[in-house]
Unconditional design. Structure first.
Length: 233
């Protein structure tokens, strides 16, 4: 039965160690010849594992996987030519003639385990240190982007409020102008009935009198109020 490491280096199609491995866009790898044969039989460039269509008809060679497979095959060939411990799959170091059994150097093995543990511990700490640094940098970048977005939206809102204020001011000016014309219209209509005046022309001399000024200033209540002020006593 193949070991776990050997299974990871096996092609899903031929179940053998990769030969000229190629990798698809879905990240699955196959022997180059196995993949071509599969596509030729299925008549469609789909992944044999996930069935996803490949974006390339000539997928690239996975150099890293190829090197791993070559190293694995070389080590396996070397192990097959050496006497290995049946329990640990390691090269025999000592052999007890009395018991006719291999004897491992337990002291060296224990020390090796400690060294590996310390090395792994340093690697874990270094990886988490890099991870924390990455998270801090990512947080700073996102907070900076958030502040920039906030400033942009605040500026946009300020500009919209200023534009709205200008529109309100222009509308108020128009309303005042329209109201002023409406307040002046009744006086103009009454004065147009006098002899010697053209219809719609205001009596300027009458408007200059004190009574006329009082009439214009008191017309704020609307046309009906203005008409009542112009009626003779």
């Amino acid at each position: 039965m193949a070991s776990r490491s050997e299974e990871d280096l096996c092609c899903p199609v031929c179940q053998e160690v990769f030969r000229d491995p190629v990798v698809l866009s879905c990240s699955h790898s196959f022997c180059k010849d196995c993949l071509k044969r599969w596509w030729r039989e299925k008549q469609t460039p789909d992944c044999p594992v996930c069935k996803r269509r490949s974006s390339r008809e000539d997928p690239p060679v996975s150099l890293v996987l190829k090197k791993l497979c070559e190293s694995f095959l070389q080590e396996r060939d070397q192990r097959s030519s050496e006497a290995l411990c049946s329990l640990h799959s390691e090269k025999l170091k000592l052999f007890c003639l009395d018991h006719q059994q291999p004897v491992l150097k337990f002291d060296q093995t224990a020390e090796h385990i400690k060294v590996q543990a310390r090395h792994t511990e340093r690697q874990i700490k270094e990886q988490f240190k890099k991870l924390h640094q990455f998270l801090e940098e990512e947080e700073e970048a996102r907070m900076a982007a958030l502040r920039e977005e906030e400033e942009q939206k605040s500026q946009m809102m300020k500009e919209k409020m200023e534009a709205l204020s200008r529109e309100i001011a222009a509308l108020s000016h128009t309303v005042r102008a329209t109201r002023g014309r409406a307040e002046r219209s009744p006086a103009a209509l009454r004065s147009s009935d006098r002899p010697g005046q053209t219809p719609g022309q205001p009596d300027l001399q009458h408007l200059e009198q004190d009574e006329g000024h009082g009439l214009l200033q008191s017309c704020g209540s609307g046309p009906k109020y203005c008409w009542s002020k112009t009626d003779p006593v």
